[in-house]
Every structure is written in structure tokens, then in C-alpha cells.
Design a protein around this ligand. Structure first.
Ligand code: CMP
Length: 476
């Protein structure tokens, strides 16, 4: 914005300067030669040439002033948008040509301008050769403006070289595209008119395809579910259409998949494709699904860099630091550790969705998560939980739907503890149910304090929660 203002100012100064120089020239011309510059000056013929040039200059400046008044003031200030540059250029060209013809006719009353244009062989050659491309571009530009197949801000793919980028301007000569490497590509209007152009309009939900492969041993139904859920809430993936995950080919060494997803802002498709691939990696990893590798390649890597589950001792250590599990003996902690499953989530991935059924709880092993509830202005964070904190216990112990969304704030590894493992622990440690019921009651009170709906519901006392835990787990 600042740049365009200063360049406008510069243009204005150049205009003033040119006018001053022309006026000075006019003055000197008049002074030394004693000739007036009135239109229709009689003799001699050659002396009328400087007059013609000067008047043409005046005419040009006049047209520029009118151009600025009409298009800068009337369009930008009054209507609030910029006039297309092609319209401006046509206006300048037509207005200047008319004025030039009028001036010429006044100075050279005896010359038939029409005859020069129609009979001059030289003019014909100039038009035929030199202006051929220019006129081609010009008329192609007019048809582009009339058709409006795309607009400034749209992403287009044009030409045999498949130039791809965001349209920055369309003028009388060329279409200016800014590529995703931040280069400028100019495609002449006449070339663009001959080529097929792929247009991805800005205000349209444009789709992308991302490919990956899995082993034949992996279940397709599971892959579809896991990948779709991991991709649908990635940044810039439209919420309006659920991504489609489908098998595109049963290849020699892999099930070949494609993900079709729709973008909010198509100009950011490179970043979004990358994010989708990243999500797929994490999702497959967590779910024990495997990327395919070419069968002819000897895969010598013994273990993946990030392991899906953590070593048992480390897990037992982590669980011993969780306040509600502190009464457990080392033996019980070891048993519980064996029953847990480790999962890794990408930053901003949703671990738990409010309203879902839930039959397990989670302990944060590494990283941080936010507990969020829906509010009028979007999600509201009620708590941030880090290493050693647990969540998901409310649905597990009460059998009710999940009360909040839990979203990873960074790459987060959690330990999942299922219903069966907890039941076993409760049977040998009845006091555990009590301490968990306090946490649940506290969290329920927190949720109720922040939400009108929840405060209207009865807030469970910890005794009530304890009773429902016992009922749900069949404890005495
Ligand atoms: P659950 O209802 O199973 O799923 C969402 C989880 O968010 C919930 O269990 C709790 O573990 C957690 N949660 C809800 N409210 C709070 C809170 N106020 N503070 C901390 N964690 C909470």
C-alpha cells in the first residue's frame, strides 16, 4: 500500500515536471521564433511540426489528467475498487487518437488524414508487421476482459509449460502471474487465448488429490476411517465437504490410495498438501498401519525412529507420577503399564471429540493438550494438561458421552488405558475409585461454571460420581 502510494506521488511529480518543461519550451519557442501556437497557424509547413508535437504533448497530458480523475477518483474513491488497467489503457488510446486527429486537422487543414491511413503503403506495412502481435494481444485482452474466465487473485495453470500461480494483473498486453516460487511470469494475451487455461477461482471450493500407499495386510476400512479423521480438521482443509479417502489402484507392492480434500484458500495448496501428508504419517503410525515400501527393496532399518509404544518401565514410571495412581504397588503399576497403548498425535490434532462415546482414558506421556468446550465465539480452553496429567476419565467412568474436545498443542504422546484394565485395578484398589471421583466432580463443576447449559444440569457431587462409577464398573 505504502509503495503504491509513493509511486503514485512520483507519477504525479513527473506529470507536473513534464508540464513545466513543456510550458518553458513553449515560451522559449514563442520568444525566439516569434510564432504563435494558435491552432490553424498558416505558414511555413515545417514550422507546424514543433507546434504539432507540443499540442500532442498537451493532449497527452490532458488525457492523463482526465484518466486519473475518472478512474482514480470515480472508481477507486467513489465505487471503492480499482478500474481494470485494460479499460484505462483503451480509454487513453482512444481519447489521445481523437485529440491527435483533431489537432492534426487544425494545423494541416490541407492534408487528408484519412487518405494517408488508407493509401499509405508504409502504414500498411507497419500495421501488418510491427503491430501484428501487439494488436493480437490487445484484442485477446479485450476478449479476456469481456469473458472474465478468471480474475485477479485466482490461481491459474496456463501454457504448455504449465505455468502455475496467482493472477496479479491482466493488462492490454499480458497476464501477470506470481508463481509459488515468487517469480513473475508474463503470458501474452494472444498466447493465453490459444492455450487451455485451468482456473481455480478464489471463491470456489477447489479440490486436491494426495497419494499414499499401504501394505496389503492393512484393513482398507480401518485405513479409510483413520486417514479421513486425521485429515478433516487440518488447517485450510474445508469443513464444508468431508475429505474422501479411496483406493485408486491395487499396485504390485501396495494398496495405492488417494485422498481428495477441498481447500478454503487454494493458493496455499502446497502447504496444505504437506500438512495432509504429515497427518497421514501420524495417523498410520498411531493405528499400527504401515506405509508400503517397494517389494524389491531390501528394507534393513530395524526399528522406526519414533516408536509407537514406550518401554514398559518408562510407562510404569510415568503412571506412578499420576496422582490418582500413586497408591498402586510397583507390581500393579507394571500390570497397568502392560495394558496401556501408546499413541502419538500431531500438533493441533483432536484426540477426543465432545459428544463421542468413550471407553478409555489417557495419560499425557510427552507434550501438552488443551481441553476445549464450544462457546459462542468458538472453542474456549478450560484447561491445559501436560505430562503426568490424565483426561478422558469422565466418559470412561460414568459411561456418559465425552464432555469436551481435547486437542494436542504440540506433538503429544499419550498412554491409553481401557475399561478392562481399570476394572481390574478397581477390584484390587477400591480407594482409587474415590480419588478419581473427586477429580471428576471438580472438573464437572469447572465445566458447569463456564456453561449456562451445564449449570442448568445437576452438578454431580463426588459422592454421586463415586456411586455411578461403582455402578458402571459393577463394584460393591
Ligand atoms: P471426557 O468427558 O471423557 O472427555 C473430555 C475430557 O476433558 C474429560 O473426560 C476430562 O478428562 C477432560 N476435562 C473436562 N473438563 C475439564 C476441566 N475442567 N479440567 C481438566 N480436564 C477436563
Amino acid at each position: 500500500m505504502a509503495v503504491s502510494r509513493s509511486s503514485q506521488k512520483n507519477r504525479f511529480l513527473v506529470l507536473i515536471f513534464t508540464t513545466a518543461v513543456v510550458a518553458l519550451g513553449l515560451y522559449l519557442f514563442n520568444k525566439f521564433f516569434g510564432y504563435g501556437l494558435a491552432l490553424g497557424y498558416p505558414e511555413p509547413t515545417w514550422f507546424r511540426i514543433p507546434a504539432l508535437v507540443l499540442w500532442a504533448l498537451f493532449a497527452y497530458l490532458g488525457v492523463r489528467v482526465i484518466n486519473a480523475a475518472v478512474f482514480d477518483f470515480a472508481f477507486r474513491v467513489r465505487r471503492g475498487y480499482e478500474a481494470p488497467s485494460l479499460v484505462r489503457n483503451i480509454f487513453t488510446l482512444v481519447a489521445f487518437t481523437i485529440l491527435f486527429v483533431l489537432i492534426f486537422k487544425s494545423l494541416y487543414t490541407d492534408v487528408q488524414l484519412g487518405a494517408i491511413f488508407t493509401t499509405s503503403a508504409i502504414f500498411g506495412v507497419i500495421i501488418g508487421l510491427a503491430l501484428q502481435d501487439t494488436l493480437g494481444n490487445f484484442f485477446a485482452g479485450i476478449s479476456l476482459h469481456a469473458d472474465r474466465p478468471f480474475q485477479v487473485g485466482d490461481v491459474i495453470v496456463v501454457g504448455q509449460q504449465k505455468h502455475t500461480g496467482v493472477v496479479e494483473s491482466i493488462n492490454w498486453r499480458a497476464i501477470k502471474i506470481r508463481t509459488f516460487q515468487n517469480h513473475i511470469v508474463l503470458v501474452s494475451n494472444s498466447n493465453a487465448a490459444k492455450e487451455a487455461i485451468e482456473v481455480c477461482p478464489r471463491d470456489n471450493l477447489n479440490a486436491r488429490l494426495v497419494f499414499f500407499g499401504t501394505l496389503y495386510t492393512d484393513s482398507p476400512a480401518k485405513t479409510i476411517h483413520v486417514v479421513r479423521e486425521s485429515v478433516r480438521d487440518a488447517d485450510n482443509v474445508s469443513e464444508k465437504i468431508t475429505p474422501i479417502v479411496r483406493i485408486r489402484n491395487l499396485g504390485d507392492s501396495a494398496i495405492e490410495w488417494e485422498i481428495k480434500y477441498w481447500l478454503e484458500d487454494y493458493a496455499k495448496y502446497n502447504d496444505t498438501d504437506a500438512l495432509v501428508r504429515q497427518r497421514v504419517w501420524y495417523a498410520l503410525r498411531r493405528s499400527g498401519l504401515t506405509f508400503s515400501t517397494p517389494t524389491l527393496t531390501l528394507h534393513t532399518q530395524r526399528k522406526a525412529v519414533i516408536r509407537p509404544t514406550t518401554a514398559e518401565e518408562q510407562i510404569a514410571d510415568r503412571l506412578s507420577a499420576v496422582d490418582v495412581f500413586s497408591p498402586l504397588s510397583p507390581e500393579e503399576l507394571k500390570q497397568l503399564a502392560t495394558a496401556t497403548v501408546g499413541h502419538v498425535f500431531a500438533p493441533s490434532e483432536t484426540l477426543i471429540r465432545a459428544g463421542d462415546e468413550g471407553s478409555s482414558m489417557f495419560v499425557v506421556h510427552n507434550g501438552r493438550v488443551a481441553v476445549q468446550v464450544a462457546d459462542k465465539g468458538g472453542p474456549r480452553t478450560v484447561a491445559v494438561l501436560s505430562e503426568g496429567n490424565f483426561f478422558g476419565e469422565m466418559a470412561l467412568f460414568t459411561g456418559e458421552p465425552r464432555t469436551a474436545n481435547v486437542v494436542a498443542l504440540e506433538e503429544t504422546e499419550v498412554l491409553e488405558i481401557g475399561h478392562a484394565a481399570m476394572k481390574h485395578i478397581f477390584e484390587t484398589n477400591p480407594s482409587l475409585a474415590e480419588s478419581i471421583s473427586w477429580t471428576i466432580a471438580e472438573r464437572q463443576a469447572d465445566l458447569a461454571a463456564g456453561s449456562l447449559q451445564a449449570s442448568q444440569d445437576s452438578v454431580h457431587e463426588s459422592a454421586g460420581v463415586l456411586a455411578s462409577i461403582k455402578r458402571f464398573f459393577g463394584l460393591r
